[in-house]
Every structure is written in structure tokens, then in C-alpha cells.
Write a protein that binds this ligand. Structure first.
Ligand code: NAD
Length: 503
């Protein structure tokens, strides 16, 4: 039973170092996907709210950008400790609003915390380059300086990790930040803002607004926002990229995915099937790095499909906060129904439905947004279930005759976030890593997970913009380079009108 609307709390925004009520009359409902219950309300910020958040960030920028990187790093180190101490609570919030299991949520919180660890090295990461004697008595060097107010817009599927891909690095670089998390999972960001304040972050450096397209558009139009980081679906990523470019903002917009795992004939099929089950059905398939398409080469197909079916059928589905549960519900009723429709469509278009998750009932949680693991075989590239990102617990198998056909199939797909190859052959794996046109590659690793000290991002329709998130590309994104050339002449030379060569 849902509580009456008036008894539900309406979340605040976080502006200028404290909780602030939104000026907007619009709001949305946040559900617990495990029970189907509405648990709180989230304001849909308007342009007045965005103006207030940006004004706070702009005011905080001069002092924060002048704070020595070593002092900024010390605040990061304290923040790291606060996040670690509250690891469990962050995972609980993510699991409650998203539906994923607690252990899966805890893993993703850990991946996010690792970006803060990386940001603690900011004095080193901001170092520029120096070349002595580029001309007689002339030196040349470069500095990295912050941009100003930056913004982040994040998706529902990682309420803690994806925001942490962005704001710790931006802030460590000396910027101030406005974050707009997904309206489906709004609470964790507010908690992360509170923890940052406790760690000693000056007011206004980090702000959180809530909302939908209206808030996003106000961010994209705001003249004081210099850079936007976005993670979400491909159509919205493209829109963000184009609008930011038009408005003169720096932008990185990570989009959707269709991640293929190519299984070669020589692969260890037991190991491969176990890996694929985790990658396809973990987090109910709601991961941008989920494996959603298996490309089975030659005779690997029949035994692999049999193993996948047997293992998927045994997965325990239920509320994410129950220990033995392996797969939780989908994020909303609407999304669950959308994924169900894809299963209907797959059947209609002639794919072989090997395992059907549509009939699943979780006893005691009949109103939760559950869907069982689903497996299709004999899928062709023309089918909608191959062409679209489903973002649910639906794994499809395509069959190819050989390695070359498999590579061509993957490279033809317009998405190129992640991919994996399963093989015992070093030579073929090496060929694969070279020939595949995808941004992140796993070799006998189904999900090339984000490592904070490397960058993360796909190619083609999975990323609009030039730079990936975090790692040194994150530092590049959140700073601009200044190149200085200088000399200290003993005496003034005569003026020269030719192009200077400093020789
Ligand atoms: P989404 O695109 O619907 O929403 C992402 C953000 O954009 C949210 O904050 C939302 O409020 C906002 N938004 C939604 N519609 C908008 C519109 N029309 N105009 C302006 N803003 C809008 O994505 P989602 O459903 O929250 O997340 C799932 C998607 O994110 C999947 O496609 C998944 O592959 C992708 N994703 C990609 C990565 C990656 O690293 N490439 C990581 C995580 C998720």
C-alpha cells in the first residue's frame, strides 16, 4: 500500500552548503522497486533553482580555485574516510531506490570511492610540462587551470558511482560543481554532499539539484556553466552534446550500449557461461557494461546456450536487501513493462525463446517490478532485440561461422561501449583487441570495469565528445592548458618585426 502523498517527504536541493527547498511546484515520485511502493517525492527544479545553485558555485570559485592543490587534496583525503565509513549506508540508499542487490551496490560504491582515492593525488596530476632553452635563454612551460562552474547529469543505474566519476575530480582540479542526479534515484547524491561538507569542503563548491528535463535544459542554457559531463542514454547524450556545443560549453556525453561477448570455439565454456551470467543478469541487466549480446562462434554455440539456460534458470530473484538474492527488480514499473515488450517482440520476430522471465512472481512482493532472467537464441542482426538497447535481464545469442564474421558483426554495431572475448588463444585475443572498434575490451573478463586511474568511455554512439571520464582524461576535461614562454633578458633587445624564433 502506498502512503498518502501528504505524508511523503519531499527531498531538498543542496545549495551553498545546506539543504534548500526547491522553488518549483513540480515533483516526481521515487519508488522502492522491490515493493512497488512510493517512498518519497523529489522536486523537479526550475531555472530559478538552477540560477541559485550556479550563483553559489560561482561565488565559491575564486577562493576554491586559489586554494593550493595540496590543501584541496587533504579535504579529499578526509572525504575518502567519510565515504568509506558510510560505505554501507551509501549502498543501502542505492539499493533501496534502484533495486540492485546490496552486495552489488556495495561493489559499485567501492568503484566510485576509488575515483576519490585517485583525486587525492591532485598535486601530482595537475603538474604541467617544462622545456628549457626552447630558444637561447628562453623557457617554455604549461599550466593546468580550472574552468569555473562545471555540471554533471547522471543516470539511474549507478546512483553513487557515476556521480563520483565526475565531481571529485572536477573539484580537486579547482572547479566548483552542480550535480543533477537521476530523478529516479535522488537520495544518495544529497548524502554524498553532506559528507563532503563534513570533510571540510567550503560551502558552494559542491551543489546538488534534483529534476528532469527542465533542470537539464536550464543547466545547458546557463552562461556561467563552462563544462558538462553527462552519462545516460544515447539520444539524450547526443542532445546534450549538440546543445552544449551550440552554447560554447566543453562537453563529454556518455551514451548507451550494446555490449557483445564473442565466444570462440576454444573457450572454456563453463568459465565463460559463469562469467556471462554475472555480466548479463547482474543488476538486472541495468548496467552500461552489461553483456547483452553473445556472439557464439561455430560449435561453441549449442553447449554454451545449454549452460547459459541452466545457470540463468537457477538465479534467485527477489528484493535486493535479502542476502541470498542474486538479482533484484527493475527500476520502475514502466521500465519493467518496456523490457517485457521487447521479449514479446523477440518472439514475434522469430528468435528462439530459450528461457522466459515474464511469468516470474516473487512471493510477498507481488507489486515489485520483477522480471526473470530471459534468454534468446538464433537472434539475427535485423531483429529489434538486437538493434535496441533493452537494459534489462534479457540476454540474446547470435551465431557466426567464424572469428572474422564475429568481428564484422560487432564492428557494424553503432554502439561501442564495451566488449569481451573468451578464448584460450593468446594470438586470437591479441588480434581481437587490435581489430575491435570498441572503447573498452575484456579478455576473458566480461565487464571491463572502470578503474579510476584509467579512463572510462566508449566509442561511436556510446560517447559524444573527445575525452572519457576519470583517469588522466578526466583531469584534461576539467582543466584548460595555458602555455607560457618566457625569458629574463639582461638588456632590452632591439624590436624585431619577423615571426619570433627565439634563436
Ligand atoms: P536517461 O538518458 O533517460 O537519463 C539520464 C539523465 O538525463 C537523467 O539525469 C535524466 O533526468 C536526464 N534526462 C532524461 N531525459 C532527458 C531529456 N529528454 N532531456 C534532458 N535530460 C534528460 O538515462 P537513464 O535511463 O537514467 O540511464 C540508463 C542509460 O544510461 C542507458 O542507456 C545506459 O546504457 C546509459 N549509461 C551509460 C553509461 C556509460 O558509461 N556509457 C553508464 C551508465 C549508464
Amino acid at each position: 500500500m502506498n502512503k498518502p502523498a501528504e505524508t511523503l517527504s519531499l527531498l531538498p536541493l543542496w545549495i551553498g552548503g545546506g539543504k534548500v527547498a526547491s522553488q518549483s511546484a513540480r515533483f516526481g515520485e521515487v519508488t522502492n522497486p522491490a515493493t512497488g511502493e512510493v517512498i518519497r517525492r523529489v522536486p523537479f527544479a526550475n531555472s530559478t533553482d538552477i540560477d541559485a545553485a550556479v550563483a553559489a558555485a560561482k561565488q565559491a570559485f575564486p577562493a576554491w580555485s586559489e586554494t593550493p592543490p595540496l590543501k584541496r587534496a587533504r579535504i579529499m583525503m578526509r572525504y575518502l574516510q567519510h565515504l568509506e565509513k558510510n560505505h554501507e549506508q551509501l549502498a543501502r540508499l542505492a539499493s533501496e531506490e534502484h533495486g540492485k542487490t546490496l552486495s552489488d551496490a556495495a561493489g559499485s560504491v567501492q568503484r566510485g570511492i576509488e575515483v576519490v582515492e585517485f583525486a587525492c593525488g591532485i598535486p601530482h596530476l595537475l603538474k604541467g610540462e617544462h622545456a628549457e632553452n626552447v630558444g637561447a635563454g628562453v623557457d617554455c612551460y604549461s599550466l593546468r587551470q580550472p574552468l569555473g562552474v562545471c555540471a554533471g547529469i547522471t543516470p539511474f543505474n549507478f546512483p553513487v558511482m557515476v556521480p563520483l566519476w565526475m565531481f571529485p575530480l572536477a573539484i580537486a582540479c579547482g572547479n566548483t560543481f552542480v550535480l543533477k542526479p537521476s530523478e529516479k534515484v535522488p537520495s544518495a547524491s544529497l548524502f554524498m554532499a553532506e559528507l563532503f561538507k563534513e570533510a571540510g569542503l567550503p560551502d558552494g563548491v559542491f551543489n546538488v539539484v534534483q529534476g528532469d528535463k527542465e533542470a537539464v535544459d536550464a543547466i545547458l542554457q546557463h552562461p556561467e556553466i563552462k563544462a558538462v559531463s553527462f552519462v545516460g542514454s544515447t539520444p539524450v547524450a547526443k542532445y546534450i552534446y549538440e546543445t552544449c556545443a551550440k552554447n560554447g560549453k566543453r562537453v563529454q556525453a556518455l551514451g548507451g550500449a550494446k555490449n557483445h561477448a564473442v565466444v570462440l570455439q576454444d573457450a572454456d565454456l563453463e568459465f565463460t557461461a559463469d562469467s556471462l551470467i554475472g555480466a548479463a543478469y547482474g543488476s538486472a541487466g541495468e548496467r552500461c557494461m552489461a553483456i547483452s549480446a553473445v556472439v557464439a562462434v561455430g560449435e561453441a554455440a549449442d553447449p554454451l546456450v545449454a549452460k547459459l539456460r541452466d545457470k540463468a534458470a537457477k538465479l534467485k530473484v527477489g528484493p535486493g536487501n535479502i542476502k541470498e538474492v542474486e538479482m533484484g527488480p527493475l527500476v520502475t514499473r514502466a521500465h519493467r513493462d518496456r523490457v517485457k515488450n521487447y521479449i514479446d517482440l523477440g518472439e514475434k520476430e522469430g528468435a528462439k525463446l530459450v528461457l522466459d522471465g515474464r511469468g516470474l512472481k516473487v512471493s510477498g512482493h507481488e507489486n515489485g517490478f520483477y522480471l526473470g532472467p530471459t534468454l534468446f537464441d538464433h537472434v539475427t542482426p535485423q531483429m529489434t532485440i538486437y538493434r535496441d538497447e533493452i537494459f534489462g535481464p534479457v540476454l540474446i545469442v547470435l551465431r557466426t561461422r567464424d572469428y572474422d564474421e564475429a568481428i564484422q558483426l560487432v564492428n557494424r554495431n553503432p554502439h561501442a561501449n564495451g566488449t569481451a572475448v573468451f578464448t584460450r588463444s593468446g594470438a586470437l585475443a591479441r588480434r581481437f583487441q587490435h581489430e575491435i572498434e570498441v572503447g573498452m575490451v575484456g579478455i576473458n573478463v566480461p565487464i571491463p570495469v572502470p578503474m579510476a586511474f584509467f579512463s572510462f568511455g566508449g566509442w561511436k554512439n556510446s560517447l559524444f565528445g573527445d575525452l572519457h571520464v576519470h583517469g588522466t582524461e578526466g583531469i584534461q576535461f576539467y582543466t584548460r592548458t595555458k602555455v607560457i614562454i618566457g625569458r629574463w633578458p639582461e638588456q632590452m633587445e632591439k624590436a624585431k618585426l619577423d615571426m619570433p624564433t627565439h634563436e
